[in-house]
Ligand binder design. Structure first.
Ligand code: ADP
Length: 234
């Protein structure tokens, strides 16, 4: 089967200044890949370029979604702290945002979008607090809402930036179980950026190591041995 995503000689960075150069890489359907590297190695730059928030400096990527009638969609779960929790929005309103990318600016949510929102909220188990203010939720609950928002676009690729950051041990376990079940049930391909914490290493075995302006792909254990600057943290 063709890869879901193929990067061809891509260079990523800001205002003409490369952070990651000349990347050529395939990501296959159903893969769960860790995206690791020390602070400043380019993890966020890489993810934002794939999401389309940041234009590449050079090169291109092509996609082959499983559903030919459905355009390629990326669901992005940013670091929780980047969403202003003071916004006076309910949980459901935040999840609805996930469908905006498929709508024109003046369009309201149609029946399809409403169904997707319901499905996403059910998939992550947050229906019971649909009407609650996002700001009133716990860290673990907010993280679920952000995952539901990403799911609402029915993504082919789900990109998570430090989904376990500042969650307590119990929420970490719940989150990990949730992500693994979504991968199977929603047929997701997942890129998961995080520090190399043992919790992640226990479930994710393949990864991308960002270092010295490039990306190494392989088994996480091997990448660890390869990395010159690695620091283990949790
Ligand atoms: P990581 O997510 O691995 O910590 P980043 O992708 O945030 O790394 O950063 C990679 C490099 O890009 C760093 O040198 C950082 O200073 C630089 N960088 C990040 N954001 C910007 C920006 N908005 N403008 C210019 N340089 C940036």
């Amino acid at each position: 089967m063709d890869p879901l995503l193929t990067l061809e000689q891509m260079t990523m960075g800001y205002r003409g200044k490369p952070v990651l150069s000349n990347l050529t890489l395939d990501i296959h359907h159903g893969e769960l890949l860790a995206v690791v590297g020390s602070n400043g190695s380019g993890k966020t730059t890489f993810l934002k370029t794939l999401v389309g928030i940041l234009p590449p400096l050079m090169g291109r990527f092509s996609t082959k979604p499983l559903r030919p009638d459905h355009p390629f969609q990326v669901g992005y779960v940013p670091q929780r702290a980047t969403l202003n929790s003071l916004l006076p929005l309910t949980t459901k309103e935040i999840v609805e945002m996930g469908t905006y990318g498929t709508l024109k600016p003046w369009q309201n949510l149609g029946q399809n979008e409403r169904r997707q929102v319901e499905w996403a909220m059910e998939a992550v188990g947050i229906q019971s607090y649909a009407k609650l203010q996002y700001s009133a939720l716990s860290g673990g609950q907010q993280q679920r809402v952000l995952i539901a928002r990403a799911l609402a676009s029915k993504p082919d690729l789900m990109i998570l930036d430090e989904p376990l950051a500042s969650l307590d041990q119990e929420s970490v376990k719940t989150m990990v179980t949730l992500l693994l079940s979504l991968r199977t049930e929603a047929h997701l391909t997942i890129l998961w950026a995080d520090h190399f914490i043992p919790t992640m290493a226990a479930i994710v075995h393949e990864g991308l190591l960002l270092e010295d302006g490039t990306i190494f792909r392989g088994k996480l254990d091997d990448l660890l041995r390869l990395s010159a600057h690695w620091t283990l943290s949790e």
